[in-house]
Design a protein around this ligand. Sequence first.
Ligand SMILES: NC(=O)c1ccc[n+]([C@@H]2O[C@H](COP(=O)([O-])OP(=O)(O)OC[C@H]3O[C@@H](n4cnc5c(N)ncnc54)[C@H](O)[C@@H]3O)[C@@H](O)[C@H]2O)c1
Length: 376
Amino acid sequence: MKRLKLGIIGGGPGSWIGHVHRIASRFDDKYEIVAGVFSRNYKINQSFGTSIGIKKNRCYKNYKDLCYSEKKIKNGIDVVSIMTPPGSHQEIAELFIKNNIHVISDKPFAGSLPQAKKLYKTIKSNKKIVYGLTHNYSAYPMVRHAKKLVEDKKLGNIEYINVEYVQDWSNGKKVTPGSAKKIFKWKLDKKIAGVSTVLNEIGSHAYHLCNYITGLKGKSLFADIKQYSKKIKFDTNAQVFINYENGAKGLFWASTTAKGGVYGLRIRIFGSMGSLEWVQNDPNYLKYNAANGATKVLERGFNESGFSKNFSRIKYGHPEGYLSAFSNLYKEIASKINSKNSKKRFYFPTAYEGLLTARFIDGCVKSSFKKKWVAF
Ligand SMILES: NC(=O)c1ccc[n+]([C@@H]2O[C@H](COP(=O)([O-])OP(=O)(O)OC[C@H]3O[C@@H](n4cnc5c(N)ncnc54)[C@H](O)[C@@H]3O)[C@@H](O)[C@H]2O)c1
């Protein structure tokens, strides 16, 4: 398998997710980072790029410059990774897709539903490119195992899906209109953060996980979205009732103002034969409660959790987590790019999953505004 040449957009010094992508891309030696635009500021971009070993002439002024210049050179990039804020995902991804460069993008798929629809159309119109979306929680071994248990009907028919992703972005500090811009930065600005900050930033992960594990699509919803305060206006908390296509009921909560919330992503799925529970902070375990039996704690890579071994690198009993799950996505996308077998199944999140999540977010915003149930 050849090592893919990777370009990076975003993820400059001090960014949240930049180093995670860089580590994930190198974890299995499938990529080599050769070009980038790590910041809008050219000076920062050049000094950062060269500090991680990129040649000066391949630290570009902006993403357009990167795309057109890399297209012209021999051995230019095969794939680009996008880790800029949500509002720019669509326009950046589309340029690379149209230029036959594979795309890995961080979530959300796009900043809004109109952007998502446009991007989806462009992706579908170019069969030559691979597009992968880094909803990384879907790549944890025990999440993959949960998906397999649902597919194997071990839970029977899915009846209830309960997900929550609760955080506290203030870090316990008092937030005032004066300090808000410093603390939340672009997350206050809809043009950059997209249609709803809490839903695009963390709600997208939570809703995606429900679809990913159960394979079910939502049909209608009722949402109540809260703003930070009367003076600090951006979406910070969302509670949603969801009806799924098979009649299952969903309860969803995403919050960035839940004091003491520490990346608390928890999902519980109840079927006619039993239930599953997975918690991101303790990711090596999956709880399985049979309707007519005792609770089992399934451990990653151990005994009957054999399927999870396919997505794991470290022996059971040793903690494995966020970085290796993220790396699974990079590994799988590289494998798809290099694969000649069109029938092979891949597990990384797709553009279609991104579109479903954008529909959900759009529905939540409309429902909360109208105070009504909406179809989505
Ligand atoms: N998958 C995950 O677990 C996860 C976690 C955190 C963030 N994210 C996502 O990653 C994206 C970035 O979030 P973040 O928290 O790292 O943001 P951030 O503000 O910490 O970093 C953004 C970086 O992108 C750079 N940038 C912005 N616009 C650019 C442009 N047009 N060209 C080049 N560089 C540009 C900035 O200079 C900065 O270095 C968002 O979409 C966010 O939702 C995903």
